[in-house]
Design a protein around this ligand. Structure first.
Ligand code: ATP
Ligand code: MG
Length: 449
């Protein structure tokens, strides 16, 4: 992509409305613009990151056996009256009346809708387990939308729902999602710690919040420091018994504020980390909380009808973008992890219009793209200082600088954004090095300009 054609309205000044660094940087880097309180436009740079995160979530949820669906954003209120949540949910639910005076609502979550799909289509234990998920916009009329995407009113969520015949099977479905979450956040470059949590309005007896530690986090959290050093499971067989992995991750103390036990915490002494945290996901097991009132019954092996056992599993996909920036930035801007970077390489032409520089850049752009990496080529007629500043701000993992002096010597400067380390390399070496770093790069569909 040529920067001269790309829609990238970066800002030099720090917008005064933004209180936390991720919000400031997303505005300054031209990723988002506010439309109304807690409602945002996603500009091309932000959209690319969101798509890459979605891709990771989709790949890992599919691997864990969940199947993607799309449910409506606007829901009929009847189902919520059946489950008993229509009144309970309160003013966070955006209620809408259609032209026939029917009560509708913009979905804040989808337990009711998915339970309705299930009960209308599945009747026998033979047809389960099932796990359905979607990646979809939710609306919650938060009383104080703030911190940009962290607490928006409209936000992108991945929500999965599991259906099983009994508690044991259902616990396995919970474990599958638990392990999948460990992998998802790890692939995004986030260190997310599962913590025992309260289940809130979703209800249920077993719940974990996945928390990224950050000073700007809204919750106060407590955990054993060893949890921050654990490495996530690789090559998971989701049909195998996952209890050992879950036990390993839940045996050390970790709790959100509501579940924190001061006495247990005190016993940990200097091993206790007490910090602020961002909730990037939550898993709930709630058994028959919805299947009983909504009569989602299945026939068991003996023909008896039992309410299906359910769980639900959310990830704040748009909140993850902000959480990644909170966890990975410096005074000059964002520092994207490779896996979710909007482009992998920023190619800087120091002398646009000079034929050697132009042709070398065009050639490099082609060679790097041929390795499957995304390149943002700064071909603008701007001063070098402006180009470097913008590149630092948008935080692409690699910067490749091409100027007349380097061309004369046959070398290019390759800089790693994260470490600031610069190397002068020949063309072959540049391409080789980038190719080696890009093994797991995610391409955005239809993107080859
Ligand atoms: P919170 O406690 O932050 O209000 P929640 O517990 O009500 O969130 P869940 O119902 O667990 O939210 O939703 C699943 C995920 O969706 C959360 O873990 C979070 O990452 C994300 N999320 C929830 N509310 C918002 C919001 N207002 N803006 C952005 N993301 C959100
Ligand atoms: Mg939650």
């Amino acid at each position: 992509m040529r920067l001269s054609r790309f829609f990238l309205p970066t800002l030099k000044e720090t917008p005064s409305e933004a209180q936390i660094v991720s919000h400031r940087l997303m505005l300054r880097a031209g990723m988002i613009r506010q439309h109304a309180a807690g409602i945002y436009n996603w500009l091309p740079l932000g959209t690319r990151v969101l798509k890459k995160i979605e891709h990771i979530v989709r790949e890992e949820q599919n691997a864990a056996g969940a199947q993607e669906v799309i449910m409506p954003t606007i829901q009929a209120s009847e189902l919520w009256k059946e489950s008993g949540r229509y009144e309970d949910y309160g003013p966070e639910m955006l209620r809408i009346t259609d032209r026939h005076q029917r009560d509708m609502l913009y979905g804040p979550t989808h337990e009711e809708v998915v339970t309705d799909i299930f009960r209308n289509n599945i009747r026998s234990y033979r047809d389960i387990p099932k796990n359905l998920y979607q990646i979809h916009w939710k609306f919650r009329d938060e009383i104080r939308p703030r911190f940009g995407l962290m607490r928006g009113r409209e936000f992108l969520m991945k929500d999965a729902y599991s259906f099983d015949i009994n508690y044991e099977r259902s616990k396995h479905a919970y474990n599958q999602m638990f392990v999948s979450y460990l992998r998802i956040f790890d692939r995004m470059g986030l260190k997310a710690v599962p913590m025992k949590a309260d289940s809130g309005p979703i209800g249920g007896d077993l719940s974990h919040e996945f928390i990224v530690l950050a000073d700007t986090g809204e919750s106060s959290v407590f955990c054993h420091k060893a949890l921050l050093e654990m490495s996530v499971p690789k090559n998971v067989d989701y049909d195998s018994n996952l209890q050992d992995i879950v036990d390993e991750w839940t045996s050390l103390y970790a709790a959100t504020d509501e579940k924190h036990d001061v006495n247990v915490g005190a016993k940990l002494g200097s091993d206790l980390v007490s910090a602020r945290g961002i909730e990037v996901g939550q898993t709930f097991h709630f058994g028959s909380k919805y299947s009983v009132p909504m009569k989602a019954l299945v026939a068991g092996p003996g023909g008896e009808e039992v309410p299906v056992q359910m769980g639900s599993y959310g990830i704040g996909v748009s909140r993850c973008v902000a959480a990644i920036i909170e966890a990975s930035h410096d005074e000059n801007g964002i520092v994207w992890p490779d896996s979710v970077a909007p482009f992998n390489v920023g190619l800087i032409n120091l002398k646009v219009g000079e034929s050697d520089c132009d042709s070398t850049c065009a050639m490099l752009e082609k060679a790097i793209k041929a390795e499957g990496l995304d390149v943002l080529y700064d071909d603008r007629e701007e001063r070098a200082g402006v180009k470097f500043k913008d590149m630092e701000l948008i935080g692409l993992p690699w910067q490749l600088v091409v100027g007349p002096k380097g061309i004369a010597k046959g070398v290019f400067e390759l800089k790693r954004r994260e470490t600031g380390i610069r190397e002068e390399l020949s063309l072959d070496m540049v391409v080789k090095k980038l190719a080696a770093s890009g093994k797991h790069v995610i391409r955005i569909a239809g993107d080859d300009i």
